[in-house]
Design a protein around this ligand. Structure first.
Ligand SMILES: [Zn+2]
Ligand SMILES: [Zn+2]
Length: 130
């Protein structure tokens, strides 16, 4: 039996506006040219489910070692307005050596403690506005 406790991921979805796609590409340029196709436009919050605070979604991994990644940040019910370049979380699961896929000093549990449910982009739910 596996006694590991898993926490549900927030998974709040949002769409990356086109001007932030361009801003992501500009931010990535010093680290090596990024392909526009690699920019994630269908965003979903990677954090453990949370009551308050901003949502964070991975937009683009920056090339190179210890360069971090571009994250989109938005408040619940609001469009995505801001991008942050954040270093990667340095946590490594001591049992599996699995690295955490979130950013440094994120709130909530690390990736390996989260449980993911499939995210649907084609059928947005009107009931989840908050
Ligand atoms: Zn969230
Ligand atoms: Zn982590």
């Amino acid at each position: 039996m596996n006694a590991k406790i898993l926490f549900p991921v927030c998974g709040r979805t949002a769409r990356l506006p086109e001007h932030l796609v361009q801003e992501t590409l500009r931010a990535a340029t010093p680290h090596g040219a990024a392909d526009e196709a690699d920019v994630e436009r269908n965003l979903w919050c990677h954090l453990q489910i949370h009551d308050d605070g901003d949502h964070f979604a991975l937009v683009l991994d920056l090339a190179g070692v210890d360069t971090g990644a571009v994250w989109a940040r938005w408040a619940g019910g609001k469009p995505v307005e801001a991008l942050d370049i954040r270093p990667d979380c340095s946590f490594v699961n001591p049992e599996t050596r699995e690295i955490c896929c979130e950013f440094a000093f994120h709130s909530g549990a690390h990736t390996h403690q989260l449980t993911y449910t499939p995210v649907e982009f084609s059928t947005p739910t009107k009931a989840s506005v908050s």
